[in-house]
Design a protein around this ligand. Structure first.
Ligand SMILES: NC(=O)c1ccc[n+]([C@@H]2O[C@H](COP(=O)([O-])OP(=O)(O)OC[C@H]3O[C@@H](n4cnc5c(N)ncnc54)[C@H](O)[C@@H]3O)[C@@H](O)[C@H]2O)c1
Length: 276
């Protein structure tokens, strides 16, 4: 029975309690939404981003969202400045995760960039940078994670795009990088299954983030035309993408690996040339 002066404990049972997650590109947009969702489910989260100011503010915001009255709540939200295109920087990120949080269970390789350019004008430097961030960044994140997941296994989720599934003009570097992420995800799923490391990807359609806003500014009509064609009749929200990531991160997806989940409201089901 509770004594009169005993402090009331309000520990909340969250499904990811005790787990440690790493999210890249977590300073804003989809990555921040994913970090918030994993934290809300009980995981400690290391937020990594190339933009130090953004990622420090994001981690501080998460940490501040904890309730003071729950003394059993040991979740941490930490920030580290990382350029995922640098193998050494990604290795340091994961060393830091191990030293600060002791383990790694969930890794979301979300950091990404787009460069919309007519393919005929695409420079080698533009092509290289997009591949370095969107493809090599994912490879490095997966390798460093798998090296530290040891005997307990884990869940890796790579953020791809509808651009891996359909072609839009002026997106050569981006589409190539995201298509390759799907192939890379499948190969690692096959290689690491015996170590209970699951590797899956999520392919979002346009989301209204900084990246989405930049695309819309270039082609406002194209953006709204596409939104009207979505069978579920609305634009994607960051939470839609975060929920798909939560599924892959959870035990509910314990027998699912090497898969890509389109989160696009049904957009990719439609082929304008298809009539019955
Ligand atoms: N927004 C969309 O419409 C959309 C659609 C499909 C897929 N995606 C994918 O979702 C992911 C997140 O996109 P978003 O819309 O939130 O973008 P965003 O531009 O709003 O945020 C991306 C974050 O990644 C960080 N970042 C960029 N390069 C980095 C690097 N080299 N190392 C570490 N961090 C880096 C940025 O600083 C930024 O905080 C990307 O992989 C993107 O390709 C986005």
């Amino acid at each position: 029975m509770m004594q009169q002066n005993e402090v009331a404990r309000t520990a909340v049972e969250r499904p990811l309690n005790g787990k440690v997650a790493v999210v890249t590109g977590a300073g804003q947009g989809i990555g921040l939404g994913i970090a918030e969702a994993l934290f809300a489910q009980g995981a400690s989260v290391m937020l990594a981003d190339i933009d130090g100011e953004l990622v420090r503010a994001a981690a501080a915001g998460l940490a501040a969202s904890k309730s003071d009255s729950d003394s059993d709540d040991r979740r941490q939200a930490l920030a580290m400045v990382t350029d995922v295109a640098s193998q050494a920087a990604v290795a340091s990120l994961f060393d830091h995760v191990m030293s600060q949080l002791g383990r790694v269970d969930i890794v979301v390789n979300n950091a990404g960039m787009i460069s919309k350019t007519p393919t005929i004008d695409l420079t080698e430097a533009q092509f290289q940078r997009v591949l370095d961030v969107n493809l090599k960044g994912v490879l490095f994140g997966c390798q460093e994670a798998a090296r530290r997941m040891g005997g307990h296994g884990g869940s890796i989720i790579n953020i791809a795009s509808v651009a891996a599934h359909a072609s839009a003009p002026e997106t050569a570097a981006y589409s190539v990088s995201k298509s390759a992420v799907l192939a890379l995800t499948r190969v690692m799923a096959v290689e690491w299954g015996a170590r209970n490391i699951r590797v899956n990807s999520v392919s979002p359609t346009g989301v209204d983030t900084a990246m989405g806003a930049a695309l819309r500014a270039r082609d406002p009509e194209g953006f709204s035309r596409r939104a009207r064609r979505v069978p579920l009749q609305r634009a994607a929200q960051v939470a839609d993408i975060a929920n798909a990531v939560l599924f892959f991160a959870s035990d509910a997806a314990g027998f699912v690996t090497g898969q890509d989940l389109l989160v696009d409201g049904g957009l990719m089901l439609q082929n304008p040339g298809f009539v019955v």
